[in-house]
Every structure is written in structure tokens, then in C-alpha cells.
Design a binder for this molecule. Structure first.
Ligand SMILES: Cc1cc2nc3c(=O)[nH]c(=O)nc-3n(C[C@H](O)[C@H](O)[C@H](O)COP(=O)(O)O)c2cc1C
Length: 198
């Protein structure tokens, strides 16, 4: 391995060490505006056929977290949960220092780029965003759940033509590194990478 590739290998090692950190393991601070701008730049470096930019991210921070908590609690009640369940869902909105709603704008009638390619671009961007957060020292986790299908929540987050994927909880991880084992080793690489044409 030559010396010039050492920083690249270091970056790759950092990427391989990414893991999701759930809301109950996140504390202040969340990323600031400058760090968020870097994370978005990383998201927008994902492959994106015809540069359709099918991803939209909406920041939920400060007082907006309380509004989202109320929406989550109302959706929980509408889904038949009791007050304890509603309080738990509200807590999920309030606990992370910063939440980012993830929306997709898929052009179903695009003449060149079918929907599945646009969804691939959304996934790539989401992954880059989370990896950038990790490289900057933050923890995060993409979460959805039944509430993404709640009509009031969809109306609150989506512009016409947008689909709500869920929310990324972001903050500083409070768990020890011993507890935060990357999960990559549990996945069989041979299943993902196979020979073709032999
Ligand atoms: C669109 C999307 C929605 C997800 N929703 C949930 C969810 O609601 N609950 C959950 O536990 N994990 C959810 N996950 C998975 C986690 O974000 C995470 O990838 C998983 O727990 C594996 O952890 P790791 O990233 O450390 O490998 C979702 C992932 C994606 C891409």
C-alpha cells in the first residue's frame, strides 16, 4: 500500500465503522449549520440520473420539535394507542437534538429515468448524509414506522408529489464505543458481490 492511499484508507475505515445510533442514545449538540451544509453536500454527491435531485430534507429543531411531538402523539392516538403510547411517540420527537424529515420527489412520468432509479438516488443520498454525519462525529438513525402513513403527518411534511420516507434522528452519541459495534460484519458480503458470466 503506498503512502498516498493512507488517508483514503483511513476514510474507508471510518466509513466501515458507521453504525446507527437511535434517539435514546443521542445528546446535544446536534450538527450546526456549517456541518449540516457539509452533510447535504455529501448527500448530493450520490449518483443521480439526469440530476433530478429526488431527495428533500426538512430540519426539525428548536420549537418545531414540540410541534412534531404533538403530531406524533395525535397520530398514535388515531392509531388506537393509549396515552402512554402517545407519550412515547411524542418523546421520540423531542429526544434527538435534531431531526431531519426525509422526503422523496419521484417523477413517475419521467421519459428517461424510471421511478426505481430515482429511489436509488434517494437511498444513495440518504446513505451519504448519514455517513457524513458519522465522519463529523455525530450519531444518527433513519426511522420510519406506521406514522409515515398517517394523513395528518404526511400533510404536515409533504408538498404535493412528495413521499415521506421517515426521519433521521441526529445528535452526539452518548453510548460507549464498546456498545456501538458496526453491523457490517453480520451481513454476508458474498451475497451482495457475486460473479456473473462464469
Ligand atoms: C427508509 C428507512 C426506514 C427505516 N425505518 C426504521 C424504523 O422505523 N425502525 C428501525 O428500527 N429501523 C429502521 N431502519 C433501519 C435503521 O435505520 C438502521 O439502518 C438499522 O437499524 C441497521 O443499523 P445500522 O445502520 O447500524 O446497520 C430504517 C432504514 C431505512 C433506510
Amino acid at each position: 500500500m503506498d503512502a498516498a492511499s493512507a488517508p483514503a484508507l483511513q476514510a474507508l475505515q471510518a466509513l466501515l465503522g458507521r453504525y446507527s445510533v437511535g434517539p435514546k442514545h443521542l445528546v446535544e449538540p446536534g450538527p450546526n449549520d456549517e456541518q449540516l451544509a457539509l452533510m447535504v453536500q455529501a448527500a448530493l454527491r450520490a449518483p443521480d440520473h439526469a440530476e433530478l435531485m429526488p431527495l428533500r430534507l426538512k430540519l426539525v429543531r428548536g420549537a418545531a420539535r414540540q410541534r412534531m411531538a404533538e403530531l406524533f402523539a395525535a397520530a398514535a392516538r388515531a392509531a388506537g394507542k393509549d396515552e402512554a403510547g402517545a407519550a412515547l411517540d411524542a418523546e421520540r420527537a423531542l429526544r434527538p437534538p435534531l431531526t431531519v424529515a426525509v422526503l422523496a420527489r419521484i417523477d413517475m412520468g419521467h421519459p428517461l429515468v424510471p421511478a426505481h432509479e430515482q429511489w436509488a438516488a434517494v437511498g444513495g443520498a440518504l446513505s451519504n448524509f448519514l455517513t457524513a454525519a458519522h465522519l463529523l462525529g455525530f450519531g444518527g438513525k433513519m426511522l420510519s414506522g406506521a406514522k409515515v402513513r398517517d394523513a395528518s403527518i404526511q400533510a404536515a411534511f409533504c408538498a404535493p408529489g412528495e413521499t415521506l420516507l421517515g426521519w433521521i434522528a441526529l445528535g452526539t452519541p452518548k453510548i460507549s464505543s464498546a456498545k456501538s459495534t458496526p453491523r457490517a460484519t453480520r451481513k454476508p458480503e458474498a451475497l451482495a458481490l457475486q460473479e456473473w458470466g462464469r
